[in-house]
Design a protein around this ligand. Structure first.
Ligand code: UDX
Length: 514
């Protein structure tokens, strides 16, 4: 928790208006940031969509202003449409007028402290024009890490032409298509769920290669599905298929988001500089506005009060009865969906290992099911006291519990950070968006987890759990992530790169206030 600094409190209280996108993984860090800023003397107003609205009674020290988002008209598509970009683009249109009206109203309120700045989720790119119109500085919160933004932006940094093998490919200057055209066939075999896509892709590897060669005039480099993307070696070809179902839509979305991030007064990142030091310099060249690495936010304020689903706290007393580092914690975050057969593979994987487990099955995770209908017969009876299945967990506390031995995760950035901060080794099953890039960093760069390369398949699951929980490799991973955990603690204590430090830094404070 951040402790209130009286020297900052004595300064004139200024208002900050924050505007999160209405998804759990974005609401959590925005409300955590709001709490950090409040503790440093700012009054907080949250403008929010009605969809996934935060509960004001959990934050009595903030003012909340709901706006009409028009989302109800498409919200029923969330269960079936895998294109996350579609929803974000829709909200950028549907929220524009209501947001402008709400913000103008807040600025005109009599007797209120002046507004220091607006902080919106970077994904709300439309808000820059509104802020400019109302002459209000806008800062953005980017909820992913630096490395992910650099991966999305590699085309921008690589110049106006791609050089791949012996072929040159021109880039349209008007629109940054996120992917070179010759990668598009990876998406043409896409189907209902990200990992289903992956399965099809594996089967069709040969066919894909032929198709790609035909598309680009047979000069596709001699790489295969396992190979790294030449322009961004961290990412493998097979990862690309998971990042988006809609490369054109994502290209346009990312272009808009990055353009408006560059036009903003500054970027706040939920990361810490000791983790991504090497990317900081590139980011500051690429985005020549002030960048603040204020994370990890949850170290100051846990996400409990911004949870959209009630957290099942009964598992904490169950965890108390388990041996240290013996429990496998499984959760795929707030948006990922899997097929019925994948769900069954997870269940078989968990029943075939001897470790106790906590498995978060968010209602709606399994395509076509409400909750647990597609579990294999007798699974619940068989797991007995060895396992617990819950709809939503107090994740931060589960990861911090001494009984937790590893985290099988989708590598959403919040979950990844939370695992790092508690020193819990990861098994990576990324599903979409930034998750494949986070997972590659976790397994290949930071080496603090193993990548479940072949999707949800029981033998692979058992092997991955054993690697982390029993093998020497797992011990080494645990050592590395414990070192990283220590670095976070040290950084928090010293106040070198985080909210406490940066917000006490008078220049940073002035920048937010000016
Ligand atoms: C998505 C993206 O993948 C992520 O990288 C992006 O920055 C935000 O949106 P999401 O699926 O929401 O992520 O996962 P994650 O970023 O990990 O956020 C989930 C949050 O919910 C975490 O703060 C986690 O602690 C919390 N949670 C999760 C719970 O409180 N209980 C649970 O059972 C599971």
């Amino acid at each position: 928790m951040v402790t209130t600094d009286p020297s900052l409190r004595s300064a004139t209280r200024r208002r900050i208006i924050l505007f999160p996108t209405p998804f759990q993984g974005h609401i959590n860090p925005m409300l955590q940031l709001a709490n950090i800023l409040h503790t440093h003397g700012f009054q907080i107003t949250i403008i929010h969509a009605k969809f996934n609205a935060p509960n004001p009674s959990n934050h009595p020290h903030f003012s909340f202003k709901p706006i009409n988002d028009g989302f109800a008209e498409i919200a029923d598509q969330l269960a079936t449409n895998q294109d996350a970009t579609y929803f974000r683009k829709y909200l950028n249109k549907s929220c524009e007028d209501p947001f402008r009206d709400c913000l103008a109203g807040l600025l005109a309120e009599p007797g209120q402290d002046p507004v220091a700045c607006l902080i919106t989720d970077a994904a709300f790119y439309f808000a820059q024009a509104v802020a400019d119109e109302l002459k209000l500085p806008r800062m953005v919160l980017r909820t992913s890490n630096l490395g992910c933004v650099l991966a999305y932006d590699w085309k921008n940094r690589s110049g106006s032409e791609w050089n791949l093998g012996s072929s040159q490919y021109s880039r349209s200057s008007s629109e940054m298509q996120w992917l070179p055209r010759h990668y598009e066939p990876f998406f043409e075999v896409s189907s209902a769920s990200p990992s289903y896509r992956w399965k099809i892709n594996k089967r069709c590897r040969r066919w894909l290669k032929t198709l790609i060669c035909r598309r680009i005039g047979s000069t596709f480099p001699d790489s295969d599905y396992e190979a790294s993307v030449p322009e961004f070696p961290l990412v493998k070809f097979k990862d690309i298929a998971k990042i988006t179902t809609n490369p054109h839509g994502m290209g346009e979305f990312v272009t808009n988001m990055f353009t408006q991030m560059r036009a903003s007064s500054g970027i706040i990142w939920n990361t810490f500089k000791e983790l991504e030091e090497s990317d900081l310099e590139t980011i500051s060249k690429d985005f020549p506005v002030p960048s603040f690495t204020l994370g990890p936010f949850h170290e100051y304020f846990p996400a409990t009060s911004s949870s959209l689903i009630e957290q099942d706290r009964t598992i904490l007393s169950w965890l108390d009865k388990q041996a240290p580092k013996s429990v496998v914690y499984v959760s795929f975050g707030s948006g990922a969906r899997i097929t019925e057969s994948e769900f069954q593979e997870v269940a078989h994987g968990l029943s075939n290992i001897n470790f106790p487990f906590v498995w978060v099955v968010r209602p709606g995770t399994v395509a076509g099911s409400e909750w647990l209908e597609s579990l294999p017969e007798n699974f619940v009876e068989g797991m007995g006291e060895r396992g617990r299945i819950v709809k939503w967990s107090p994740q931060h506390e589960v990861l911090a519990h001494p009984a937790t031995g590893c985290f099988w995760t989708h590598n959403g950035w919040n979950s990844t950070l939370e695992s790092i901060c508690e020193g819990v080794p990861m098994i990576c099953s990324p599903c979409y968006a930034d998750q494949p890039i986070n997972a590659r960093n976790v397994s290949d760069v930071w080496k603090i987890g193993v990548f479940l390369e072949d999707g949800f398949e029981r033998t692979g699951i058992e092997m991955a759990i054993k690697r982390v929980m029993m093998d020497k490799e797992g011990e080494e991973i645990r050592e590395r992530i414990s070192c990283l955990k220590e670095k976070v603690k040290l950084s928090l204590d010293e106040g070198s790169s985080h909210a406490k430090g940066d917000l006490k830094d008078i220049q940073v404070r002035e920048r937010i206030l000016s």
